[in-house]
Design a protein around this ligand. Structure first.
Ligand SMILES: [Zn+2]
Length: 311
């Protein structure tokens, strides 16, 4: 047990928690910076989020109305990317999987320009961090068109994993197979957003159909002993984002967060920020919220922290 981490939790000492190495493996890069960092760069106040959003649509609407107007277009995206790396440095995130949308890559001038820029931020802010870029697609994308173009992005070797985000159950999992088959050819880690709003059965089916290695969210697996057993047995890691779940209404509270049931049933989990800019809770605070609510003990949280650092 890391004593600094332990003290940080029981004393609610942010400085100690910041100093301990941590991972963040579910992080949407364009929303990966801190609100305070962005406000400082823009030299203006940015509004705090409400305690709860009405699901993903409510969140997107709030973001579009309250934050996006001040950091628009490619310039705004680049600034927010920089802020995500600044946060990795501030929070001692020594393993960072950050996801990037194909659309954003095109917006800043294509994959070569993009890669140089991101590597520049990585080297500038946190060169010691194990950085694992993820390529993500929105679920409503034109899958066959994107599958035809995916080589352009992944043949560079820059990306380590694939993901689909932006709403569950909008299409059958089978529809994403062209992307996941390509991902397999390039030996990418296969992840998808599932079991956030969707069911335990969705989680199980997504793993079976797409051959997933890991899952973004997956919290509703906690409603099924059978699915948890399946995940534990197959060592499928769930990248859980507590504040996101609570604020979007997918978990009742921190105290009753499904992460507790998942851990008790032997499912491997990590703790992550999802959209730090929106949910306003950086990674050390996610650990603290789970500790202070009694959802998990300091020992359990330290085990999760250490597991997240393993590649
Ligand atoms: Zn997410």
């Amino acid at each position: 047990m890391n004593s600094l981490f332990y003290e940080g939790l029981i004393e609610n000492d942010i400085k100690k928690l910041l100093a301990v190495p941590k991972s963040d493996l579910h992080n949407h890069s364009t929303k990966g910076c801190r609100r305070e960092w962005l406000a400082e760069q823009l030299n203006m106040d940015l509004p705090k989020p409400p305690e709860k959003f009405g699901g993903l649509d409510g969140m997107q609407e709030w973001f579009t109305r309250n934050l996006k107007p001040y950091c628009l277009g490619s310039e705004g995206i680049i600034l927010r990317w920089e802020g995500a790396f600044a946060e990795a440095k501030r929070n001692n995130i020594t393993r960072l999987a950050m996801n990037f949308g194909a659309q954003e890559i095109d917006l800043v001038g294509g994959v070569d320009t993009f890669t140089k820029m991101i590597e520049g931020f990585w080297k500038e802010y946190c060169p010691e961090t194990n950085f694992e870029p993820e390529l993500t697609y929105v679920s409503l994308c034109d899958v066959s068109k994107e599958a035809d173009r995916i080589d352009e992005y992944v043949s560079t070797g820059f990306f380590k994993s694939i993901d689909v985000c932006g709403g569950e159950n909008l299409k059958p999992f089978e529809d994403f197979l062209p992307l996941y088959k390509k991902a397999e050819q390039y030996h990418l880690i296969k992840r998808i957003h599932v079991g956030e709003s969707g069911s335990a059965e969705d989680v199980r089916r997504a793993v079976d159909v797409l051959g997933l290695d890991e899952i973004h969210h997956g919290i509703h697996a906690a409603t099924s002993k059978e699915v948890m057993k399946f995940l534990a047995k197959n060592k499928i890691i769930l990248h859980v984002c507590p504040s996101s779940n609570v604020m979007l209404g997918y978990a009742k509270s921190y105290e009753d967060h499904p992460i507790r049931t998942l851990v008790q049933n032997g499912v491997q989990v990590t703790i992550n920020t999802d959209d730090l800019l929106i949910f306003d809770s950086s990674i050390e605070n996610e650990y603290l919220l789970l500790y202070n609510s009694g959802a998990l003990s300091a020992e359990e949280l330290d085990e999760i922290r250490l597991a997240g650092l393993e590649q």
